[in-house]
Design a protein around this ligand. Sequence first.
Ligand SMILES: [Zn+2]
Length: 181
Amino acid sequence: MKEYCTEAIVLDKEDLRELDSRVFFYTKGLGKVVGKATSARKITSKLNAHLEPLNLVQLRLIHKNNFQIIDALTIDRFSALRHPDRLPQILNLLTFMKEMTFEEQSDHELWSAFKEILYSENITYRPLLRSLGFDPQFALCDTCQEKPHYFIAQDFSFCCQKCLTEASNNKVCLKSYIPLS
Ligand SMILES: [Zn+2]
């Protein structure tokens, strides 16, 4: 049994059986981590409020077959980003981080970029894509080789506005299109 203590940003929380939750984090020390919280949904659970998506927390975990959340303490909850107008954009960002990263592969550059975006309150994917090895700076639209406006998370390609419009006519899932500006 090993204990870990690291800063983490809560990406997602899923309810499990009874009162347990499964929580997805992007952490400074371990990269993406999926931790189980036992009885976290109890109304009396102190932990529950700290495990809300978007919270930056000081996280304590133990690893025994899987990760169990021992403690989480909120450092910042980024209240300004929780405005209803901004929430869809934030949820997309959290989903992006959940889907584009690997468990237990720490990446300090990606961690810093992610944290900096939240503190700057300016949602841009460019530094994240750069850290993940998909630098948009020299990328071209996969279809027409022009300057791209979107990153397509489904197949890690780039797409311009014109080709996106054409693709939308073919009912492509728009949610996985990441705006570059
Ligand atoms: Zn194009």
